[in-house]
Design a protein. Structure first.
Length: 132
């Protein structure tokens, strides 16, 4: 009984397959990093748009409330400029205070440096994998 043994694969063929696999993995990792960064940028832009719109509406609403208070104070304070000055100061203090509070909240939020570091680590891992 003669059995035909399959020829073992050549080292060159194995290395070529390994190289192709590494290229595929590297391409997939780079694409994953690109998509993650694009997703983060899209979410950040959407959040910023909502915040800007909300701040704009809130400031207009606060200004309208200040106008109402100016008109309501007319029987108490007869000088228009005094009422306007008082409400301008209130407007600046309330609007500025809200801005400072929100800025503190935003600065404590997720950090872009963390996302960029993760993408950088992915690129470094791919480079290390390609060099070996």
């Amino acid at each position: 009984m003669a059995t035909t043994a399959a020829e073992p694969p050549k080292v060159g063929d194995l290395l070529q397959h390994i190289g192709d696999d590494v290229k595929t993995i590297a391409t997939s990792e780079l694409e994953l990093g690109r998509r993650k960064m694009a997703s983060y940028v899209d979410r950040t832009i959407a959040k910023a748009s909502v915040v800007i719109l909300g701040a704009f509406v809130a400031l207009i609403g606060l200004a309208m409330l200040c106008v109402v208070v100016v008109l309501a104070l007319q029987p108490v304070i007869h000088l228009l400029w005094v009422r306007l000055l008082m409400m301008a100061i209130v407007y600046v203090l309330v609007g500025g205070g809200a801005s400072v509070l929100y800025a503190r909240h935003v600065l404590d939020g997720p950090d872009l440096d963390n996302e960029v570091d993760e993408v950088g680590q992915t690129f470094d891992a791919v480079k290390a994998g390609l060099s070996h």
